[in-house]
Design a protein around this ligand. Structure first.
Ligand code: SF4
Ligand code: SF4
Length: 436
């Protein structure tokens, strides 16, 4: 079975390895605990799970660190060039499949998940300051009639709306997860004394979906992201690599036996069918070079012209393959307020976001994962979405005027990259209706 090691969604930048808070793995935990300390280790594992739940983690699993089975899939994905410009993925390729080489002394991996769907989004809430009575009533009945996903699809269908991936609408999840994982690591230390560990937060250096599957924390869907039956896929993953020989769940809790790719997907292919760019080239295999998350977040230069019309109004990331997944009717609300929507990123228009100056972008995106792409790429992405809006037959006349005006106002932007995308946006309009 093909295995895709990484889906570009939920990633933030090629330079970030997500690794935090390391303590040297120097002691010999087997000696310290003793091979006959199985009961003490089992008890510790139970405590770790309970502490994790207290910290807001929706699931906590423990696995060994052997990812030998994943190496072939990783090598073939890289060989196909599907990682695009994400050179860091190729750089330490096999280290990433060998946690004990990445962090010497690693014996086990504790994997956690934390939901990120804002409660206001899950409840289909329209922001009171912006909504009319009709909006409220229509949003509420829409949410009741279907669910929050209907509202997300409606925004994707609105050419003047700026769609930002749900996970990026609040605070940078790395900081949030980092703090919670560190608290879990500290509680372990409080119980057993100093031990070796390293914390990772939804990061590229480790094959976290493989580790999560081993730990029984879900399965890889055909879109390559992790799913769990009681939570869908709208959660972050984090890991603590430890030198403690904890009992892996596959042995200690056979009912949490490791999942495998597509465990509960059955014959469904909705995520593959819905992908706007055809990036899911086969089940469990994403060509990152075609994925909108990669194109709008990871790619530094010009967005390939043939892909621009397919991006629609998605200005930062893409959720389509998750929105369409039936398991996300079980998506859970984030347990922390940090992921609450900031700066109206669940309802902003293209014109409003395109109007942010560099200073406004820096100030408003302080503490957000979005800040890492910088103002230039932010404008590049929105210019593409504006070009698509101008091509849309459903764009309202006043919105057309506003978008055209906003693009022209920035047509002399200092950045060649931005200028080129603005030219493309206006050219497409001209081709369509003869304007200019
Ligand atoms: S639907 Fe396609 S483009 Fe969007 S995140 Fe999924 S794989 Fe990427
Ligand atoms: S949409 Fe269907 S095939 Fe894709 S991950 Fe969800 S259940 Fe699996």
């Amino acid at each position: 079975m093909n295995r895709l090691p990484e889906h570009p969604a939920k990633r933030i930048s090629a330079s970030n390895d997500g690794a935090v808070n390391t303590r040297e793995l120097t002691r010999d935990p087997v000696r310290d605990f003793g091979e006959d300390d199985a009961d003490a280790l089992a008890e510790l594992a139970q405590h770790i799970k309970a502490w994790g739940r207290e910290l807001g983690f929706g699931a906590v699993g423990i696995s060994d660190a052997d990812l030998t089975d994943a190496e072939e899939g990783l090598a073939s994905w890289l060989e196909a060039g599907y990682h695009g410009e994400m050179d860091y993925m190729a750089k330490h390729a096999m280290k990433r499949a060998r946690p004990a080489e990445l962090v010497a002394g690693t014996r086990r991996v504790i994997t956690i998940r934390m939901a990120y769907l804002p409660a206001s989004t899950l409840n289909g809430k329209v922001h009171e300051s912006d909504a009319t009575a009709d909006d409220q009533s229509s949003a509420q009945s829409s949410a009741q009639a279907s669910d929050w996903r209907a509202i997300e699809w409606a925004r994707i269908d609105d050419p003047a709306a700026a769609v930002v991936s749900i996970y990026a609408r609040g605070r940078d999840y790395h900081k949030v997860l980092r703090g919670r994982l560190q608290q879990l690591a500290d509680r372990i230390e409080g119980a057993i004394g100093a031990y070796g560990y390293r914390v990772f937060t939804d990061s590229a250096p480790v094959l976290e979906v493989e580790l999560a599957q081993k730990a029984g924390v879900g399965w890889r869907g055909k879109h390559t992201l992790l799913l769990q039956r009681d939570a869908g896929s709208l959660f972050f993953i984090g890991e603590i690599l430890v030198d403690i020989p904890l009992p892996p769940d596959a042995i200690a809790n056979p009912e949490n036996a490791p999942e495998h790719d597509g465990s509960h997907c059955g014959s469904c292919t909705r995520c593959i069918d819905v992908c706007p760019t055809g990036a899911i080239v086969a089940p469990y295999r994403v060509d990152a070079r075609r994925c909108i998350s990669y194109l709008t977040i990871e790619l530094k230069g010009s967005i390939p012209e043939e892909l621009r019309p397919l991006i629609g109004n998605r200005v930062y990331g893409c959720d389509d393959c998750q929105l369409v997944c039936p398991w996300n009717k079980f998506a859970q609300a984030a347990p922390v307020a940090d992921f609450d929507v900031r700066h109206g990123l669940d309802r902003a228009s293209l014109v409003a976001l395109f109007g942010w100056s560099a200073q406004e972008f820096d100030e408003r995106m302080q503490g957000s994962a979005i800040r890492r792409i910088g103002h230039e790429r932010w404008l590049r992405n929105i210019a593409v979405a504006m070009g698509n809006a101008l091509r849309s037959p459903t764009l309202k006349p006043d919105e057309r005027v506003a978008i055209r005006t906003a693009l022209r106002a920035r047509a002399a932007d200092a950045s060649e990259l931005v200028r080129e995308h603005i030219d493309w946006a206006l050219l497409e309009e001209g081709r369509l209706d003869g304007i200019d």
